[in-house]
Ligand binder design. Sequence first.
Ligand code: ATP
Length: 512
Amino acid sequence: MQDGSGRIVVRGLTKNFGHVAAVQNLSFQVEPGSVTGFLGPNGAGKTTTLRMLLGLVNPSSGEATINGQPFHRLGNPGRVVGAVLEAQGFHPKRTAINHLRVYTAAMGLPDQRAMEVLMLVGLGGAANRKAGGFSLGMKQRLALATALLGDPQVLVLDEPANGLDPEGIAWLRTFLKSFAATGRTVLISSHLLAEVEQTIDQVVIVSRGQTVYYGSVEDLRRSQQSRVLVQPADAQALAAALQEAGHTSVTLLPDGRLAVVDATVQQVGDIASKAGIALYGVQEEQADLEQLFFRLTSGQWSAQGYAPPGFDSGQQVSGFGAPQSAPQAPQYGGYPQQQVPQQQAPQYGGYQAAPQFQQPSPYQQQAGYPQQTGGFQQPGLPGAPGVPGAPGVPQQGYPQQAPVDPYQAQYQQQSPYQAPQPTSPYQPPVAAAPTAPVEQPPSALSEEQPTQATTPEVKPVEVAPAPPPPDVPDPTTPDAPASDTTGSDTPASDTPNNEAPGQGSTGEGGKA
Ligand SMILES: Nc1ncnc2c1ncn2[C@@H]1O[C@H](COP(=O)(O)OP(=O)(O)OP(=O)(O)O)[C@@H](O)[C@H]1O
């Protein structure tokens, strides 16, 4: 029996395509009256999740319900859920209005509804144009119009901003917000937080098929901590002085600066002055939401030598530092870094490293300087490995442990992409850290480890696509029925009664 709530509940949802764990034990809830963003990098499992929600793929385990029911039990699903998985599959010779009339007829709706929805999405003027001549953005609008035909209670859209121009994105934002404001439910996927940041109220961030954050965008924003970047005459001495004063979250950056998370500029200045340490530059820096998103999802497709712009590879010396995600993933600090001219940078791929940080330190495990052991715990957000909260549904606001998928891990060394090293908008008043060898006293700083993100010489890697395991179909093959190795999934075309209008427009099977 439908509960009529418009609520989407995903509980313990898992989908394996042969050896590919596309979705792993995913749990979240989408409330009516809000727009929820479903975010994650390519291959994170977003589309597979949406397809399970829409009855196009059978879960390996777990469940996804709308109004308390799985999709196939919704009765007239087109009146409950409007969905767009791909803005493709229109008959190229059919006009927009005729495309919609096929669905109004199938759903028992009056013909005039077709024109109404075209007006709603701004395509009234193109009603008699053939869909084959539509731009990508126009196709997105036509797909949305199709999804809206049944005046549904719930909208599920996969990458709806794809192909839209800035005006189209602004229009979509307003449209979705006002749709949700009427008490209805909107779930939209995207791989770009910036694209949907102003549209969404809630966010579910997935990486490698698992939830890494689930909660309000506001909480995510609040979790951002500023940090103080300081260029001291003696980094070790300042780190020790900060530690003595109780500031334990200190990170040594590759350029010799210290990043202090739990102190103000004034506190750092006062401590340095008391300790008689000259400062050549102090700056407060705020990490932004996009950077946090990268941090939460980094590692899925990371390759040697690649780091998203704006990320450093600073070595944590105490307290909070860069999350160390999956094995082999670059370690991102989430903050822009200083780039030092190549000729001065024998170590760390372009970064001048003070010699005292180049040797293994006997003090790495020194008390008070805990080493980060992995996971994605963020400052201000209590870490919660696994799934906290109610059974099967994670508590909101918790970043979660990223999984390591051995099958996907093989791609981590194989990316053909070699991105340029990031550059920083920050230019400290004084050049890089000292280069003269320094005799080591017992150190308050743990030494730097070169990371993959800062490999000195980056060479393009010849990549052969990873062959799928013998019994697993090629994941890049577009059509799902063949590639879904459960063999149990029912293509949309086999279940006309269950076909939501948006899905009809998307064709069947997998995504391209
Ligand atoms: N039908 C299928 N057969 C085999 N593997 C599949 C199939 N569909 C998806 N996969 C695999 O499952 C994983 C998740 O894919 P999915 O399309 O759900 O990711 P996504 O987050 O939507 O990515 P994108 O942002 O690139 O669209 C990928 O490794 C993909 O190759």
